[in-house]
Ligand binder design. Structure first.
Ligand SMILES: [Ca+2]
Length: 306
């Protein structure tokens, strides 16, 4: 079997408390990384950490810890960007340099499940390497500004966080013509992990046990919002890489548009932001993943529990 060569760029934050506000950070990167580690058809060439759900000072050591605790074999881990791209002062970092070296050796798929900052920096610094990127798989985008990312039934809207944190990185990717696949909220909102799934994971290996344990508080946050479970956003990107036949997608065009911010709830405040919109009108071509095949939940659990 020829293995897919994959680079992971992640804002891993599993089990961490949030920076500057109450509550716990997203756990979904942990599911995506674990799923790729367990996939026989994937070789993970390297991991770069990025800011996003948490600070780079957290996501980097957590990436190192996850690799040392659960990966079979050596996977190098690198510290990437701690903030969005500043076009006035484009700075490389350890992860961008390592990714450039890896791409010089072999073409790769990049699973970028945080802000796309490291990928944008790579393209600004080493545009000649763009043809070595087979595909970038990201978690972002929507069809219209009215496609809210609803969390539970209490009126809470989530941000399109990876895109919101670094609009420029996405523009850089599009303008360089890198093949982009998006696994947006539209697809992950169709996949639920519930308490009984965490119970099953707790009977699995130590990677499963760690993830299940660290996901309990995150699940509770969703239950408190009136949801029945949580959507493991990033795992749709990893699942697309290991088994694209389980993911339903279409060819669309993506563009950036300014609209009023749907996550700001005070009515008297007018806040606008960029949206990443995908449809059949003008824009940069993307593969847009929007549904899973029937029986998907079992396929996902099996891929994590093996
Ligand atoms: Ca993430």
């Amino acid at each position: 079997m020829t293995k897919k060569m994959v680079w992971i760029d992640t804002d891993l934050s599993v089990g961490m408390t949030r920076h500057k506000r109450e509550g716990y950070c997203d756990v979904d990167d942990g599911y995506a990384v674990l799923q790729l580690m367990k996939a026989e058809n994937v070789e993970i060439c390297g991991i770069s950490a990025v800011f996003g759900n948490t600070l780079i000072e957290n996501s980097y050591p957590l990436s190192q810890q996850m690799i040392s605790d659960f990966a079979l074999g050596e996977i190098p881990v690198f510290k990437g960007a701690g903030e969005a791209i500043d076009l006035n002062e484009v700075k490389s970092n350890e992860a961008v340099e390592a990714l450039a070296e890896a791409l010089k050796k072999q073409p790769m798929v990049i699973m970028a499940i945080g802000p796309a900052t490291n990928i944008g920096l790579l393209l600004l610094k080493y545009p000649e390497l763009k043809s070595r990127i087979l595909e970038v798989v990201l978690v972002a985008g929507r069809r219209t500004p009215q496609d809210y990312f609803k969390i539970g039934n209490k009126g809470n809207h989530a941000q399109d966080l990876n895109f919101d944190l670094d609009n420029v990185a996405f523009r850089v990717m599009f303008e360089h013509g890198v093949p982009v696949t998006l696994c947006p909220f539209e697809i992950s909102s169709k996949v639920w992990l519930k308490a009984e799934d965490l119970d099953l994971l707790e009977q699995g290996d130590k990677g499963n046990q760690w993830l299940a344990k660290a996901s309990r508080a995150w699940l509770q946050q969703w239950l408190d919002q009136g949801a029945e479970g949580f959507n493991p956003f990033d795992v749709l990107a990893s699942h697309y890489i290991i088994a694209p036949e389980d993911i339903v997608c279409e060819e669309l065009n993506a563009r950036l548009e300014i609209h009023q911010d749907d996550t700001v709830r005070e009515n008297d405040k007018q806040v606008f932001k960029a949206y990443l919109l995908c449809d059949k009108s003008e824009g940069f071509p993307v593969k847009y993943c929007y549904d899973v095949v029937s029986g998907y939940h079992k396929k996902l659990m099996d891929s994590l529990l093996k």
